[in-house]
Structure formats: structure tokens, C-alpha cells
Design a protein around this ligand. Structure first.
Ligand code: FES
Length: 273
């Protein structure tokens, strides 16, 4: 069993949880994820690491209570324990060698993008972090990003924190101002990643996107997490989750995402699919 050490609500929808998992904490790198199961009857869900402390033997995850399992998970308390917490899974993000990076997080994607920004900043890279949220109440990790970035630009739909508008507008503005990025990394809604990749493509800036499709086994066996990249289908769980944003077929990913929505609502409401 994997004890939960801390639980904290970051906003009405999002929870930060620190879980004791010393073996994973020793090995996990930015971009990798874990699969957890609350109890023996529970479904396995993938969650990307937000932070880790190898000395304390802990992994921090941040999640939104949107599905049947994440709603249950958000109700758990420090002192409870998880049945399974397996990882690290997936490949670490390729960050070595970047000198001027822009890390972009949309909503909860900010929590997933944070370890990459932190790693880059701690390794001497100049890092702009652009984040996007619906409004000021949903802004995540503002203080943490301030400490681990060269520049933080917050965008909100209503302008209630930072600037009003989209992350892609901020990205285009920074490029127009002469930001000479050698790496852009985007994590968030598929539509956001699609337009980030479209923004950087004319400039030939290396762009990674972190794909988060439905995952069932996390081992490349079930085929649930297929992503069309160039001419081939790859598995987000074993080939990703990061892919070249200029090759991903985002429209195919959005079509596949919609296919599973009715199953998720049925699970949330306790109905048969
Ligand atoms: Fe099953 Fe990736 S989660 S193949």
C-alpha cells in the first residue's frame, strides 16, 4: 500500500496529493507518469508526476476531480493509502541542451508542465512559462513557477489575473519580441496544443506536446492510447507521452477523445456503459 502524506485543495476543482513511494521517487523524471488504483475494485488511472522528493521518498500528483476515480481520490485524506502506485511509466521529456525554452501549460496541464520548467531552470536554461486559465480562481502554481522560471506570463479568459487572451497570443508576442526559443513544450487541452504547434511551425522551433489519451494498462498492450504521429500510430504510454507537435494529428486525437466521453460519464454516475 502507498500512504498518502498530504492532501491540499488548490482550487475548487484541483487537488494536490503527496504519496509515499520511495522506489519511484528515486527514478522518476519530468514527463513521466504513474498509474494508480485506489483499491482492488478500482480502475487504474494515469497521472503525471508534478514533483518528487527522492530524499523524502515522495511523489506529488495534481489532479482534477472530473471522473469517477478522481472524484473518489479527491475525497481521500492524509493517512489513507492507495492500493497501487506503479511507475515511473512513459519516457522522460527530452530537455538536455535547451538554452531558451518556453513551457506552456493550459489549465491542469500547468501542473504537468511544471517539473519540466523547474528542471530546465535549475539546469541554467532561460525559461518563459506561459499559463492559461478560465479565471483567477483557477490559476495554479503561481508562486512555484515564479521561483523556477525566468518569466511567467499568466493568461485568463476574462483577464481577472494576468492578461486577457490565449496562451498562443502570449507565445506569438514573445516570438515577435525576439524570444529566440530552441524548445517549446506544451501541456494542456488538445486544441491548445494544436494551436501552439501551429504557432511555432513557421519558425521551425522544436515543439513537444504531451498527449494524454485514455490509458487502460499503461504497457502498450491495450491500444487505448494510440496517437497518430506522422504516418504511424504510436502509443502514448510507451512511445510518449511527449511527441513532436509538428507531426501529431490533433484532429484524430480529438475525435478519439470524444469516443470515450459517454463511458466516462456512465462510470461517474455509476451506470452501466
Ligand atoms: Fe494500453 Fe497504452 S494504455 S496501450
Amino acid at each position: 500500500m502507498y500512504p498518502i502524506e498530504q492532501v491540499e485543495a488548490l482550487n475548487p476543482e484541483v487537488t494536490r496529493m503527496v504519496v509515499r513511494a520511495p522506489e519511484i521517487a528515486k527514478k522518476i523524471k519530468p514527463g513521466q507518469f504513474i498509474m494508480l488504483r485506489i483499491d482492488e475494485q478500482g480502475e487504474r488511472i494515469p497521472l503525471t508526476m508534478n514533483d518528487c522528493d527522492p530524499e523524502a521518498g515522495t511523489i506529488t500528483i495534481i489532479f482534477q476531480a472530473v471522473g469517477a476515480t478522481t472524484i473518489r481520490l479527491a475525497q481521500m485524506k492524509a493517512g489513507d493509502a492507495l492500493q497501487d502506485f506503479a511507475g515511473p511509466l512513459g519516457n522522460p521529456t527530452e530537455l538536455e541542451g535547451a538554452k531558451r525554452a518556453c513551457v506552456i501549460g493550459g489549465g491542469l496541464g500547468t501542473a504537468i508542465a511544471f517539473p519540466q520548467a523547474k528542471w530546465l531552470y535549475d539546469h541554467g536554461c532561460e525559461v518563459d512559462v506561459i499559463t492559461g486559465f478560465r479565471n483567477k480562481d483557477l490559476v495554479l502554481l503561481e508562486d512555484e513557477i515564479d521561483r523556477h522560471s525566468t518569466r511567467q506570463i499568466i493568461m485568463t479568459d476574462d483577464g481577472s489575473n494576468g492578461n486577457k487572451g490565449l496562451v498562443t497570443q502570449a507565445l506569438q508576442q514573445r516570438i515577435d519580441e525576439g524570444a529566440d526559443y530552441d524548445l517549446v513544450l506544451a501541456v494542456g487541452p488538445v486544441i491548445m496544443m494544436k494551436f501552439v504547434a501551429a504557432t511555432t511551425k513557421p519558425y521551425g522551433i522544436k515543439t513537444y506536446v504531451s498527449m494524454n489519451p485514455l490509458m487502460i494498462d499503461g504497457t502498450g498492450m491495450c491500444g487505448g492510447c494510440r496517437v497518430k504521429v506522422g504516418d504511424e500510430y504510436l502509443h502514448a504510454c510507451v512511445d510518449g507521452p511527449d511527441f513532436d507537435g509538428h507531426l501529431v494529428d490533433f484532429d484524430d486525437a480529438m475525435r478519439r477523445g470524444v469516443m470515450y466521453r459517454s463511458f466516462e460519464s456512465a462510470a461517474r454516475e455509476g451506470r452501466d456503459c
